[in-house]
Ligand binder design. Structure first.
Ligand SMILES: Cc1cc2nc3c(=O)[nH]c(=O)nc-3n(C[C@H](O)[C@H](O)[C@H](O)COP(=O)(O)OP(=O)(O)OC[C@H]3O[C@@H](n4cnc5c(N)ncnc54)[C@H](O)[C@@H]3O)c2cc1C
Length: 457
């Protein structure tokens, strides 16, 4: 058992692991050091939004924090409002409140099991694992020691896309990270022209929020295929079956072309295609591990976009708000690829885009361009201080496909020689290369439970 454990990260994953550990009776008391980056951790990127327009994309009944209590969030929400149903898509702000209340309760109860926790409101800046334990650097040259450490840092800060001129970045009109921008955006009555690059759930959140705060603004979204995420059904529908047969057929022939064919067959025979996609959820991590590297690369190049829009769906209310904006002529979608963004003399941005399926380029002018191109998990090319240090010092191995860090499926990180480190773990987005499906609460709570088991066994 590791008695002194360092947990690094300030979001839902770290909060879940801390709570898992503190609520356990262990042979010896635990001493946790939580490098949380803030004094009020838990909400992280997803649940830090104060806007009630930003809804969970998972139904309330499935958002519990612990594997042993998947309905925990629903109970919390119903205690405040008995009309809430398990099939509702509730505000992410409320989920942030839930996470904070669970963490506070776990910290308050820790003493009854003899545990203690030291919350460090700084980011961990360096980490050196050795056979004796781990040494973590933070603050103004301070150090802490632990027997083991867990990285729960979410995805890495977004980097600007290729083609964006430095002057455009420096102008503040090209936004690389939408969340701090949304948090600070004030009401504005000007007829702003806004381009959003990318068309996933974050793009939708950005457009809906700014459309409300900027009533005369018009929004354009640019993506390779120009499709919105699919909507959830209004009523919850159970998965078509346990997915075992389909997963078995896929395992027999692990290549993407066959898999897409099998999926298409199954969805053609289902009442609603979503039930088939959902039936795959418990199998996705195992199937991913069986896929040869070349097939994984093919999936990322050709099928990822289609899978993501089917898997990460919009709540029906969000889908209808977007449809209303489109109908009102305030939101349009374009198919293409951004080639260059430059700052004009008048302070606006010129955006050159190439249209999908052709060579033609078009240049258009916008007031603001906001990049929303999905999670950044490229650990080899990042400005994240801790990750840079770990990679440069060869203490971890970047995933070959840019999907986080090389790791065992159970969360053990691999060292520079590809061997598992006994005392260094990760949960969440950094495990995308090992598991693919590794970012949402239902997966994170399982990982937190499994890592907690390894830490205290
Ligand atoms: C907009 C959005 C909406 C989502 N909605 C849902 C949903 O409805 N349902 C669902 O299941 N999933 C949803 N997700 C998936 C989401 O990723 C997870 O649910 C969860 O929030 C991930 O938490 P995390 O702690 O891994 O990452 P994060 O939320 O990114 O938290 C990581 C935290 O660690 C901090 N950190 C980074 N480096 C350090 C360091 N060196 N030291 C200390 N702290 C550090 C970061 O600043 C950050 O606060 C959503 C994701 C996003 C982005």
């Amino acid at each position: 058992m590791f008695q002194k454990v360092a947990i690094i990260g300030g979001g839902a994953a770290a909060a879940t692991l801390v709570s898992e550990l503190l609520e356990r009776r262990t042979p010896k008391p635990l001493h946790l050091t939580w490098f949380a980056g803030s004094a009020q951790p838990g909400r992280g990127v997803a649940y830090g939004t104060p806007s009630d327009r930003h809804l969970l994309n998972v139904r309330a009944a499935s958002m519990g924090m612990f594997v042993s209590k998947p309905g925990g969030f629903l109970e919390y929400a119903q205690a405040a409002n008995p009309n809430v149903k398990g099939s509702d898509f509730l505000p992410r702000r409320l989920y942030g409140d839930f996470l904070r209340s669970r963490v506070d309760a776990a910290v308050a109860n820790a003493r009854q099991f003899g545990h203690d926790i030291n919350l460090v409101p700084f980011c961990a800046q360096s980490l050196v694992p050795s056979s004796e334990g781990v040494t973590i650097g933070y603050g103004e040259g301070e150090e802490a020691h632990a027997d083991a450490a867990v990285l729960a840092i979410g995805s890495l800060p977004p980097r600007p896309l290729a083609g964006v001129q430095d002057a455009a970045l420096a102008s503040g009109r090209y936004v690389t990270d939408p969340w701090p921008y949304l948090a600070a955006a004030e009401s504005d009555d000007r007829p702003l022209r806004v381009l959003v690059i990318g068309l996933g759930l974050t793009a939708v959140d950005v457009v809906l929020e700014l459309a409300a705060r900027w009533p005369r603004a018009r929004f354009t979204a640019l993506s390779r295929h120009g499709h919105l995420p699919e909507p959830h059904l209004a009523a919850a529908s159970a998965p078509s079956d346990d997915g075992n047969d389909l997963a078995e057929q896929m395992r027999d022939d692990p290549n993407i072309r066959t898999w897409l064919h099998r999926l298409r067959e199954a969805t053609d025979n289902a009442d609603d295609w979503r039930t088939v996609v959902d039936s795959m959820r418990p199998h996705t991590q195992g199937l991913w591990q069986e896929l040869p590297d070349g097939e994984k690369a093919r999936f990322l190049r050709h099928a990822r976009w289609a899978w993501e829009r089917a898997r990460h769906r919009m709540p029906p209310k969000v889908a209808s708000s977007v449809a209303s904006l489109e109908k009102a002529g305030r939101f349009e979608r374009l198919r293409g690829r951004m080639q260059a963004v430059s700052l004009r003399i008048d302070g606006d941005l010129d955006v050159v885009r190439r249209e999908t399926g052709g060579d033609a380029t078009v240049t258009e002018t916008y007031d603001i361009v906001i990049q929303t191109v999905g999670l950044n998990t490229d650990t080899l090319r990042t400005e994240h201080t801790l990750m840079r240090q770990l990679v440069i010092d060869d203490l971890v191995t970047p995933d070959r496909m840019g999907l986080g860090l090389a790791a065992q499926p159970d969360g053990h990180l691999l060292d520079g020689d590809g061997k598992p480190r006994g005392n260094l773990f990760a949960i969440g987005s950094l495990l995308r290369g090992a598991l693919w499906e590794s970012t949402a609460i239902p997966e994170i709570r399982k990982q937190a439970q499994a890592v907690a088991n390894m830490l205290v066994k």
